[in-house]
Each structure stands twice: as C-alpha cells, then as structure tokens.
Design a protein around this ligand. Structure first.
Ligand code: NAD
Length: 435
C-alpha cells in the first residue's frame, strides 16, 4: 500500500445547492433523515458500495469511507438559492415527491434552509416567474453578489469547506463559442461587458464558486463549466469541476444496456426513447430552447458505446431519437419507453422494449450526495480540473474536446474509473482485476 496524501475531512462541509426544487429538496430531506437513522440512503455509492482493494489472498472489500476520508453526513450544512422564496420544507411539500411522513421529522431543519436570491435571467428559463431574484446590472455583478453569498454562508455556518452543485432548471442551449468561452480572459471580458447571450447565469455561479475555493458540479445539461475558460479557472484555482447532467433513469438504463450489443457484436439500427414527465423540470423542458440542451446531452450517450467508425456494419446507421413530453398528471413519476431495433445473424431484425416507471428525484438524490462528497474528497486529494472519474454519475460526462478526448459513457467502464480513483486516493494501486 502506498501513502495516501488526502487531507482529512475535518469540520463542517457546506453544500450550496443552486435551485430548491424537486431534486434538491429530495436530496436534502434524505440526508437529514438518514443522519437521524430515519431513512436509508439507497442508491448512494458512497454510503453502500464496497470496492475490492488488494489482489489474490490480500484482497478485501471495503466501503468508500474505509478507503478514503469522506465527509460524514452529520457534518453537512445545506444552503440554497432559488427564484422562488419558499423554504426547503415548503418546496419539498410543493414538489410532492416525498410523503409528508418522510418530511415532517426534519421539518424544522428544512424550514431553516431559506433560498438566497437567485442569479437569474428569465430569457434562460421563460416558464419561471418567481421574484426571489438578485437585482444585478451586469453578469459581473452577479458573480460579485454570489461570491458574497458564499462567503457569508461559510462564515455564518462555520464551514471548513464548501461545494456548490447546480440542481436548478435546465437553461436554454448555449453552444460553445471559442470567441467568448475559449479562455478565462475572454469569459471575464464577456461578463464585464454584460454579454447576456454568451454568459449564462449558471456560469456566474460556477465562476463565483471556484473563486471562493469551492468545487462546482453541474447537474443539468447546461454548457456552464464545459468550456475551456472554466477549465482554465479550475486549473488556476486548483479545484475540481464536473458535469454534466445527472445520469438517472433512461440514460442510466441506456448506458448499462447498450454495452450488451457492443459486447456481443449485435447490430443496432434504431433507438427511440420517449418520456412523459409532469414536474417543474418537465415544464421548463417543454420550452424548445431548453429541451434542446437536454436533447444534446441525452443523444451523446450512444455514440461512444456503439462506435460507428469501429463497427460500420453494426452501428454505421443508427437512428437515435429522444423525446420528453410534458404531462402534468405524472408529476415527478416519469415514465420512459425505449424501443430498440437490433439485428443479428445475416442481419435478421429483432426488437427490445424497455418501459421504466421511475421516480426522477428518487433516482437523482443519491447522485447529488455522491457527487458532493466525492468532489470534496477530490479537492482534499489535490485533484483539480475535470474529474473524469465522476463520469459514472453523469449523462454527458465532460472531457477535453479541444484535445480530441472522447467521453466515456459505458457504465461499466465508468465504474472501473470510479473504483480506481478511489483506490488511488486511498493509497492502493489502480487495477482492472475481475472482482
Ligand atoms: N431528476 C432527474 O432525474 C434529473 C436528471 C438529470 C438532470 N436533472 C436536472 O436537475 C435539475 C433540477 O430538476 P428538478 O426536477 O429539481 O427541477 P425543479 O424545477 O423542481 O427545480 C429547479 C429549481 O431551480 C430553480 N431555478 C431555476 N433557475 C435558477 C437560477 N438561475 N438560480 C437559482 N434557482 C434557479 C427553479 O425556480 C426551480 O425551483 C433540472 O435541470 C433537471 O433537468 C434532473
């Protein structure tokens, strides 16, 4: 075993969640309930998974906190920003994801989590009409105001460290534009010039977080930290960043299912994915410009698993379509259908249908916990820039596309990356032995 150089997880960890909606309140409520022993954090890798360390007769299976120093749930303090002023208890009740009996035992704690004013621009989410919004003349002012929020929260709650995670609505699509996003100096100039087209509010949160010494996690498909300017800032501030888009229902299934075909050399010529969803996320995504951001993220999954250039006979002509339909009666209980057209020996066609009746926020909540704890760990381990080992949790994992890097979307390869990063941070050797 090698020496582990990870700093200990001493003191309180402030988790600042951008957005106090369905996912965020399910996450916060679950953590508060779990640490009282009133709920189980099912689905969380940091709380349940065990990784093999060592080989042969030396091998043993340890939980993450036995390998690396993770923050304890008891040391977490929550804060949030939202366009709506409702506290986390009211927001959790509004979201209707959890039953009242699962919220009430931590009601008082949730009531104390009151959203700070949001850095918001209605052009980025037209369907939202809340007024708990900062009055900022420019994007640069937004950054300054957010930095002050972070500093004040940290001091008021005596936090040793802060992590900022975006779990707010999906913004309209902001494509990467080298002229504004290519370098930190260009991004800062655009912020100061109040360039509302190229600087999304989410970029102000990310910039503020990194400047205040906090890792930043992008849970929606927004471009935000997926630009060289932010990679430069993360390098400069020596902080971890990761994104994009929590990998929860349909894409989790897709990234776990698609490897069946590539592993057995079966062909695929069509994959149609559709969803019905009725929560506020669905409402925002009903706006075409916001849906486009999600579409780009969801479509990227298959390309790197079913590789057209390596297997043109099998994957050279896949028709891949993703749809999300806003359907209020289902609220957070999303239903997804996947129809997969595959072919086998002598190109004879077959079909597979997957119908997943899931709960969006129930699947997302453990990802927020894991991403926050592991980003905090990465910072203490001295890791900075894009954290590719966290791809496991993300639909559209960040990678340096300017250097021709490819995303890793295959769930099992992502899991190997995750395990090896934990092993290495714990002072063990990375390996690919069969567990
Ligand atoms: N639940 C899932 O399975 C899943 C998976 C992947 C990604 N996501 C993403 O997670 C995000 C949250 O989902 P949700 O279901 O909780 O949505 P939600 O609509 O319930 O909550 C989002 C909240 O963000 C707030 N908000 C919007 N812009 C803001 C800003 N600039 N600053 C502060 N607050 C802002 C909204 O007012 C809203 O309360 C969405 O972007 C969604 O696409 C969810």
């Amino acid at each position: 075993m090698l020496q582990s150089n990870v700093k200990p997880a001493e003191g309180k960890l402030g988790i600042l969640v951008v957005g106090c909606g369905a996912v965020s309140t399910t996450f916060m409520t679950g953590v508060l309930m779990a640490r009282k022993g009133l709920a189980k954090p099912v689905g969380s890798m940091t709380q349940y998974d065990k990784i093999r360390v060592g080989k042969g007769s030396d091998k043993k299976y340890l939980s993450y906190s036995e390998i690396v120093p993770l923050a304890d749930l008891k040391d977490i303090v929550f804060g949030t920003w939202d366009v709506y002023p409702q506290n986390a208890y009211q927001a959790a009740m509004y979201a209707e994801v959890l039953k009242e009996k699962d919220i009430n035992p931590v009601r008082e704690e949730l009531e104390k989590i009151v959203p700070m004013k949001a850095a918001f621009d209605k052009n980025y989410a037209k369907r939202l009409d809340g007024d708990n919004v900062k009055d900022c003349a420019t994007r640069w002012d937004m950054v300054e105001a957010l930095r002050q929020d972070i500093r004040e929260f940290k001091a008021a709650n005596h936090c040793a460290r802060i992590v900022v995670i975006w779990s707010a609505s999906t913004e309209i699509y902001v494509p990467y534009n080298e002229q504004y996003h290519g370098s930190l100096a260009q991004l800062e100039a655009a912020m100061k010039a109040n360039d509302r087209e190229h600087v999304a509010p989410s970029m102000c949160y990310a910039y503020a977080a990194l400047m205040e010494g906090a890792p930043f996690i992008m849970g929606a498909p927004n471009t935000t930290v997926d630009i060289p300017a932010m990679w430069e800032l993360a390098e400069k501030t020596k902080l971890p960043i990761c994104g994009k888009d929590f990998k929860t229902g349909q894409t989790l299934v897709k990234s776990g299912f698609a490897p069946i075909f590539s592993t057995r050399c079966l062909g695929v010529n069509g994959w149609f994915s559709t969803n019905i969803l009725g929560n506020r996320d669905g409402l925002v995504l009903d706006e075409p410009a916001n849906f486009h951001t999600k579409e780009v993220s969801k479509l990227s999954t298959l390309e790197t698993i079913l590789k057209a250039e390596e297997q043109p006979d099998l994957y050279g002509d896949i028709y891949h379509k993703v749809r999300i339909n806003y359907y209020p009666p289902r609220n957070d209980n999303k239903e997804s259908w996947d129809n997969i057209d595959i072919f086998g020996w002598m190109e004879y066609p077959m079909q597979i249908k997957i119908n997943f009746l899931c709960r969006d926020s129930i699947l997302a909540a453990p990802l927020l916990l894991d991403l926050c704890l592991l980003s905090d760990l990465a910072a203490r381990a001295g890791k900075f820039g894009i954290q590719r080992f966290l791809s496991f949790f993300l639909k559209s994992p960040m990678h340096d596309f300017t250097k021709g890097e490819q995303a890793v979307n295959n769930l099992y390869q992502q899991y190997t990356m995750l395990k090896n990063a934990i092993r290495e941070m714990g002072g063990y050797e990375a390996d690919e032995e069969i567990d």
